[in-house]
Ligand binder design. Structure first.
Ligand code: ATP
Length: 281
């Protein structure tokens, strides 16, 4: 078995990234972030903030959408990824699962999975079998449906297949774009479990999610993007406690936030031994 790479060799660094579409629309400005080896990092933000654009820039798929990096750098370990194509990213160990569970509907589950490792060139059959076994261990339902057309799977199963196909390329960093979108709560829970499991197996994850509660519970670090810029960054559990994130992304009403804050104030007053009477004096 190959030795685990030193941390720096498997860390994603995005530095001062500017992206435009069609040479006019500025989608990202001076975006910097790091995904350390083995970490889960999440990107939150409203529609149109630039989250998908960042994933496209990292995975080399920006050009397919008429986008271009106009400034900044993207580096995965020693490999420069800015301006490269998707094959270069996959070869470096960086694989994206695009939004919208794009599977090849007319191909079988097995054929979809096989397409996952194509960018890597010739691989030993044992490597392919190993990757497929990993996918089937994570998603037993896919193992039961290898011959079925992907278009006939349920939405949740198609999402599993889309993730499974990405895993066939044995990524060291998985880019996940809204994996829970449109799925029933039980399936969202299952997807969250799977992300945790994939990460525990040593794969880092950069997760774009509109389900901020799920994303913050999974991630080590979170960044909030707004109109193309990083507005907030920090440990996910700390960000989950900030007023802005609770109100804007965790769906808490102002009243609920105020009540929670009042509770916190009371608790801290209790721990420091102050009383209401003293506070009022
Ligand atoms: P969402 O959650 O809605 O997908 P997002 O945060 O992922 O939002 P992006 O999809 O990255 O945001 O979009 C960022 C900006 O770039 C938006 O203003 C969007 O309209 C624009 N944009 C995205 N893709 C293209 C494209 N192919 N051509 C032109 N503009 C685009």
């Amino acid at each position: 078995m190959p030795e685990a790479p030193p941390d720096e060799e498997a860390a994603l660094h995005v530095e001062g990234l500017d992206v435009t579409y069609g040479r006019a629309l500025s989608a990202l400005r001076s975006v910097s972030l790091t995904v350390p080896h083995g970490a889960i990092v999440t990107l939150l933000g409203p529609n149109g903030a630039g989250k998908t654009t960042l994933l496209r820039a990292v995975s080399g798929t920006l050009r397919l959408h008429r986008g271009a990096i106009t400034d900044g750098r993207i580096r995965y370990g020693a490999t420069e990824l800015d301006g490269r194509d998707p094959v270069a990213a996959v070869r470096a160990g960086v694989v994206q699962v695009p939004e919208g569970r794009r599977v090849f509907a007319g191909l079988t589950v097995d054929e979809n999975l096989r397409s996952g490792g194509l960018g890597l060139g010739r691989r030993r059959p044992a490597q392919i079998t190993e990757a497929r076994d990993r996918v089937f261990a994570l998603f037993p339902r896919l193992a039961e449906r290898t011959g079925q057309a992907a278009g006939l799977l349920s939405g949740g199963e198609q999402q599993m297949l889309a993730i499974g196909r990405a895993l066939m390329a044995a990524p060291r960093l998985l880019l996940l774009d809204e994996p829970s979108l449109g799925l029933a709560p039980q399936m969202v829970y299952r997807i969250a479990e799977v992300i945790r499991e994939i990460n525990a197996q040593g794969t880092a994850v950069l997760l774009v999610e509109q389900n901020a509660g799920m994303a913050l519970s999974l991630a080590d670090t979170a960044h909030v993007l707004e109109v193309g810029e990083v507005r907030l960054s920090g440990p996910a559990d700390e960000l989950a406690r900030t007023d802005a994130v609770r109100r804007l992304y965790l769906g808490e009403t102002t009243e609920a936030t105020e009540t929670a804050e009042a509770t916190e104030t009371t608790e801290s007053a209790e721990t420091t031994g102050t009383t209401e009477g003293q506070g009022a004096a």
